[in-house]
Design a protein around this ligand. Sequence first.
Ligand code: UD1
Length: 431
Amino acid sequence: MDKFVIRGGEPLLGTVRVSGAKNAALPCMAAALLTDQPVILENIPQVRDIQTTRNLLAAMGAEVELGYGRAQHRTTIHCAKLNAPEASYELVKTMRASTLVLGPLVARCGHARVSLPGGCAIGARPIDLHIKGLESLGARITQEHGYVEATAERLKGAEIVFDKITVTGTEDLLMAATLAEGETILQNCAREPEVADLADLLNKMGAKIEGAGTPTIRVKGVSKLKGAKHRIIPDRIEAGTFIIAGAMTGGDLNIAGCDPSHLNALLSKLHEAGVKTKATSDSVRVMGDNPFTAADMSTEEHPGFPTDCQAQFMALTTQAEGTSIITENIFENRFMHAQELVRMGANIKIEGRRAVVRGKTPLSAAAVLASDLRASASLVLAALVADGETIIDRVYHIDRGYEHIEEKLKGVGAQIRRIGEMFPKKAAAVK
Ligand code: UD1
């Protein structure tokens, strides 16, 4: 298993470029299931979850073409025939977002069999809202042997109010509704930019969607969708991670190719903590030349502070003067990075969904364990300012969602190297 070896103490200087958003690319790839024509996606990040999705779609009978050379961030997905509308446990267990194929499959094929995701390191993460929504659209759903099976002649439009805001739940039902008969109104929807990006692609494919990015989405069902070409939005979580890295290391870092309008909650929280940034239409420069102070933060659904940046923000608060209270409202068990940060010298007490971080404490290098995708990112950030050489084990978690993070960080002055087998060698498995 790969590890990162990081020697702390270097300020990050220069320009780092943000990749396409994994969480937008995943639903857009699933959307290709809705048509028998090719869907071309650009700005696809080279991360493990994308490869898992390629494998998942290929296993159903899709032709998944990788770009080569300079075009490797492009992929064409052609679902002319889907002979096995099924997502197996083997694939779903490594990536919960595989459940995104449920809605498109039942809408296109009239039948879907998808493994239940099971437990997850950051909490229970059920898919009851996906199931309830599809039932409202007329699908018959059974659960047996750890699989959800959905069948429907043709889905029928309906009014659906989500009991709780769910990102992939909104995306799943949005995709299903595009091919339903009649109008669907989705209420209490997730407003994440990734939902709007998916709707953009679906509209290019001939769907009739209004209101994506707001709490109410209206979809007029059509009988067929066509192929389309679409560029994935920049990854706001990767951008946020680099902004925090620049601030923590006392660097001067330009984060290029991002969309600052997606980063408002993070930027305003960083400003509250005294971090200086300057934004243009597609970049953020962070100047970490002044000490920063504690700030309380609560995660919320978009446009609130993203839970996917909570762990990274916690790493920053260990280096802020004063006490910060971090409240995690989205997931019940998303503080696993805290114990590892404590092992590096941080002063953090967990009280249920609240973490009390007392700073500033010097961090010292240690051997630490990555427990999930964003937790790993917070350990990388802590290691960048720790005294000595930190070894982070299980970096396959970070490879799920960050494209070549060690190369990007090395390019702006970090002392980081990977030991063990390099990702992505298995990419050749799918043509
Ligand atoms: C997506 C993101 C993930 C991010 C999360 C919250 C993708 C691929 N992943 O995950 O990076 O951390 O949004 O911003 O886009 N819930 C239910 N029943 C359901 C569905 C969800 O109770 O059927 C609960 C979850 O347990 C959680 C909350 O709703 O407590 C929000 O989860 P959700 O928005 O669905 O997260 P994901 O879409 O899985």
